[in-house]
Design a protein around this ligand. Structure first.
Ligand code: ZN
Length: 221
């Protein structure tokens, strides 16, 4: 088994409707927002964790391929030819992962998406507070809950790395999975949402200016 090629996808993630990727509120300040978004602790700027992007791409693909188990857990079949386990990694412990050697390493790496350069100086304009009402079903009283969101129009820089491994087929299987699983899951994500509150209209995104490692545009058609 050897690495045949390193593919790369770069481009921008554009926020179409306010994005809420929640931060832990363990260290909640008194009088602070109780639904804050995740921010880089060094710069206090919002970012999109690679794990959030990858996790959402994976779960949309699992739904599409019917790989969601009854308890909703990740695909952990570990099979050498399972698109999910091969591309995103098998959700099983090393000892139980008998196919790990034949399957090879996880092909997909999704980097944290940081705020695009042109928004860095506008930090105070890119975060909005939205009041969402939760209705008490008994008293029918509305209970406004402020929710912090990244404002529409803001963009983040996307970087995805994909390793094509030659498993005796010249890399053909991984080449195929790049199209049917990686590109397809980005397309599914664009039609879905990222972060919290998607069914209430949050988190619609679009990918813009996607390019491969040599600068060729990538389209979803
Ligand atoms: Zn699997």
């Amino acid at each position: 088994m050897k690495i045949q090629q390193i593919k790369k996808i770069t481009g921008k993630i554009k926020i179409e409707t306010g994005l809420h990727i929640g931060a832990s509120t363990d260290a909640l300040e008194i009088g602070g927002m109780d639904n804050p978004i995740i921010k880089d602790p060094m710069t206090s700027l919002p970012y999109i964790p690679g794990s959030s992007l990858k996790g959402k791409m994976r779960s949309l693909m699992e739904w599409k391929l019917g790989k969601i188990s009854i308890n909703g857990s990740l695909c952990s079949c570990g099979a050498e030819d399972c698109p999910i386990c091969r591309v995103f990694g098998a959700g099983i412990s090393r000892e139980k992962d008998q196919d790990a050697k034949r399957r090879g390493p996880t092909r997909l790496i999704v980097r944290d998406a940081s705020l695009s350069q042109e928004f860095i100086d506008k930090a105070d304009l890119i975060i909005e507070e939205k009041s969402e009402n939760s209705i008490n079903r008994v008293t029918a009283e509305a209970n406004p809950r402020p929710l912090e969101r990244v404002a529409p129009g803001v963009t983040f820089d996307l970087e995805i790395v994909y390793r094509v491994l030659d498993t005796g087929d010249g890399g053909a299987k991984d080449e195929e999975l790049f199209k049917t699983t990686v590109i397809e899951s980005l397309k599914l994500l664009q039609n879905d949402y990222l972060g919290g509150g998607g069914s209430r209209g949050n988190g619609k995104i679009s990918f813009i200016d996607l390019k491969d490692e040599v600068g060729t545009p990538i389209s979803f058609s």
